[in-house]
Structures are given as structure tokens and as C-alpha cells.
Ligand binder design. Structure first.
Ligand code: ADP
Ligand code: MG
Length: 253
């Protein structure tokens, strides 16, 4: 491959995980994870509870440390180098099951806190950006309220807006709708769908299989710390190869 072609192909890759293992003490939680995510690709990760889905995506922005193998995000390899960890965290936004908003700060303050204090963005600019993203998640009118005054679905949309304020190139979602009442799930999924349509690189841990069918380029099934199977959604749902995938799908569909 020519140098130019090599650079080109590296630029097309957002995340590369090679032979990655992780242990919690003696417990081998992730076993030989290999995964390449292209820029703009949308991945859905599913699998039984305890299979290592959260741990895998938390390793990508170093909320958890892996012990073996490589994780390369945007061309930067994750090592103990704090500077590199910071660089990667700049690229990667994360949204959790529990929204983790600060209850004593307004919606707007939740969204501007990191831009002002971590990025040193001037306050007026941070607020303008925050309002832009609150409009995008369709709750600009809630900007001056406190999280406790919002519904779960609204709080989760704030959490998404807050992440977007840091201008990430990659978004990780860890079961963002699983703590929500059923009637609020679709407003959060709609927000995620619109992000996907704008070309955001996304890894979403979710059991919302309708979302997977609409949005995912690829569905990954994990069980017992391993990636068992991966395929485009049509293939994944219509013709799952492994018995474990078949069993899982029969339980959730
Ligand atoms: P999932 O997200 O697929 O439900 P997790 O990644 O949360 O799975 O957990 C995978 C396994 O690792 C589970 O058996 C869980 O109990 C264990 N585990 C998760 N976090 C820790 C931790 N901090 N220390 C020890 N074990 C953990
Ligand atoms: Mg989990």
C-alpha cells in the first residue's frame, strides 16, 4: 500500500480494537476483542446482561483499563500516557443509562460546565453552543430548569446535548433508554437516529432492536466476554449463525 493510501485508510477508521483482553482481578471479563469501526459507521452492541458490553465501550475512553491488546481511537493508541487519554476523551462522547446530570445545576449549566472549565471556552460562546444543541434535541425551553424538573426522556436528551457540546467525533451510548418509562424511549431514540443521519460515528449498546434495524450498519452480539457474531442487521436478525445468538434473539424479540 502506498503511503498516501495508508493514510487514507487510517483516516477512514475511527476505532480499532486488536486482540484486547481485560480482567477484573482474576475475572477474565473481555476475551480477545477485535473490532474495527469505520468513520461514520453505526454499530449496535447487544448481548445478555453481564456479557461485557459496558466494559468494552468503557475501555474505549479509558473509564476502564484494558490489560492486553490495543485500542486505537482516531489514530491515537490508548496507553497510560495521560496526554493521550485526554486527547481521546476529547474525541469521544459518552451517554449512560443513568444520565449523570448535576442536580444542582440548570440544564444550561450542565451543558456549559465542561466547555467552560475544561476547554476554557468563553461563557457566552459556550452558552450559544449549548442552546444550539438543546434545540437540536428539541428542549431549548428547558434550559433554565433543573434536571429534577424534567422527565427522564428530557434528562437523557440533555445528557446527549451536553456530550455534543464537547464536539465529539465519536459517540458511545450505554443502554441510554433502558432506565426510561416506555413512553419516553422513542424521543431519545429519535434524537439518536437524527445524530446517526448526520453521519456521527456511533457505538450503541441497546436492546432496542427496532433502532438496530433502522440505524445500524452492523450489529454485534457479545456473550461471556467475547464477540460471538457480527453482521448487518438484516442478516443478523434473519439468519443468526450462532446458537447463542439465536437463543438471545428468541428471548428478546
Ligand atoms: P454488560 O454491560 O454486558 O451487562 P458488564 O460489562 O457491565 O456487562 O459486566 C461484565 C461482567 O463484569 C459482569 O460479570 C460484571 O459483574 C463484571 N463487572 C463489571 N464491572 C466490574 C467491576 N468494576 N469489578 C468487578 N467485576 C465487574
Ligand atoms: Mg451494561
Amino acid at each position: 500500500m502506498s503511503e498516501a493510501a495508508k493514510t487514507q485508510s487510517q483516516n477512514d477508521v475511527a476505532i480499532q480494537i486488536i486482540g484486547m483482553h481485560k480482567w477484573y482481578g482474576e475475572f477474565h471479563v473481555l476475551k480477545d476483542i477485535n473490532l474495527t469501526v469505520d468513520r461514520g459507521e453505526r454499530i449496535v452492541v447487544c448481548g445478555p446482561s453481564g456479557s461485557g458490553k459496558s466494559t468494552m465501550i468503557r475501555c474505549i475512553n479509558r473509564l476502564e483499563e484494558h490489560q492486553q491488546g490495543q485500542i486505537i481511537v482516531d489514530g491515537i493508541e490508548l496507553t497510560n500516557d495521560v496526554k493521550k487519554i485526554d486527547e481521546i476523551r476529547r474525541e469521544v462522547g459518552m451517554v449512560f443509562q443513568h444520565f449523570n446530570l448535576f442536580p444542582h445545576l440548570t440544564v444550561l449549566e450542565n451543558c456549559t460546565l465542561a466547555p467552560i472549565w475544561v476547554r476554557k471556552t468563553p461563557k457566552a460562546e459556550a452558552e450559544a453552543t449549548a442552546m444550539k444543541f438543546l434545540e437540536r434535541v428539541k428542549i431549548p425551553e428547558q434550559a433554565l430548569k433543573y434536571p429534577g424538573q424534567l422527565s427522564g426522556g428530557q434528562q437523557q436528551r440533555v445528557a446527549i446535548a451536553r456530550s455534543l457540546c464537547m464536539n465529539p467525533r465519536i459517540m458511545l451510548f450505554d443502554e441510554p433508554t433502558s432506565a426510561l418509562d416506555p413512553e419516553m424511549i422513542s424521543e431519545v431514540l429519535d434524537t439518536m437516529i437524527s445524530l446517526a443521519e448526520e453521519g456521527m460515528t456511533m457505538i450503541c449498546v441497546t436492546h432496542e432492536m427496532g433502532f438496530a434495524k433502522t440505524v445500524a450498519d452492523r450489529v454485534i452480539f457479545m456473550d461471556a466476554g467475547e464477540i460471538i457474531e457480527q453482521a448487518p442487521p438484516t442478516e443478523f436478525f434473519e439468519n443468526p449463525q450462532s446458537e447463542r445468538t439465536q437463543l438471545f434473539l428468541s428471548q428478546i424479540l
